[in-house]
Design a protein around this ligand. Structure first.
Ligand code: URA
Length: 245
């Protein structure tokens, strides 16, 4: 089936329409040996031959999905006991090669990115990239202003886990009845352990953002939607991946 070149390239992760115009202007994209600069040109991804900067380029659709993960499903591609986040996918994504980026505990809810863009996933989860993740936590013990100030100070200085790991500085804010903690790391049970260290206990946890990507408030728990072109571009730019390799 024929498709516009800009749609094809957007589906392959080249970014927004504006980005694609730039790619077509600044790089050499050939269709069946003929340079193509017109974003509205129609191509047949199954039969046409593509080259990018003189190299053969095989079209492979990149998929970027936002899931509002409910509690009770595991962040894994297969599990002998529990339902996994992939079990929540419906057509056309069911059975695709997407995988979860990072991990949320079985009882953690909220923003989970699923993609088959390995380079993006790698950068988003690499400790070197330091992408900020924001979590809203419900706590067992009430937190008055003095306690809040103490937690905020200790988190901003970087608390130490019992296993000796020193956490990077993190930001604590009030978010209505919950506390919002923004961290750059993704150690196992990171947020729960951080509150443990200061003497409290997380009884409910929801991730609401990862870098520039914010959980869509209109997405009910368990629902999935594709990222917009701007969201994809924002994520790629946040990790220094402007043009696909
Ligand atoms: N920190 C946690 O403790 N659990 C999560 O699921 C994510 C971050």
């Amino acid at each position: 089936m024929k498709s516009r070149v800009d749609k094809l390239l957007a589906g392959a992760g080249f970014g927004s329409r504006r980005d694609i115009k730039r790619v077509l202007r600044e790089r050499t994209f050939c269709v069946n040996g003929v340079p193509c600069r017109d974003p509205s040109f129609h191509v047949d991804p199954e039969h046409d031959q593509f080259e990018l900067d003189g190299e053969n380029w095989a079209f492979r659709a990149r998929i970027y999905l936002m899931l509002n993960k409910p509690a009770g499903v595991v962040t894994s591609t297969a599990d002998p006991v529990h339902r996994t986040v992939l079990d929540l996918l419906e057509e056309p994504w069911r059975g695709s090669d997407v995988f979860p980026v990072g991990r949320l505990d079985i009882d953690t809810r909220g923003l989970l990115l699923l993609t088959n863009d390995g380079a993006l996933a790698h950068r988003l989860t690499s400790p070197k990239t330091g992408v900020e993740k924001k979590y809203l936590a419900d706590l067992e013990l009430p937190v008055d202003d003095d306690l809040f100030a103490e937690y905020a100070r200790r988190f901003s200085e970087g608390v130490a886990f019992h296993n000796g790991h020193n956490c990077l500085p993190a930001k604590l804010e009030r978010a209505s009845k919950r506390l919002a903690l923004t961290i750059e790391e993704g150690k196992y049970h990171q947020v729960k352990k951080m509150f443990r260290v200061v003497g409290n206990r997380v009884i409910g946890l929801e991730r609401v953002s990862m870098g520039p990507l914010v959980l869509d408030p209109g997405l009910p728990p368990g629902a999935v939607r594709e990222l917009t072109a701007d969201e994809i571009t924002g994520l790629r730019e946040a990790v220094g991946l402007v043009d696909p390799e």
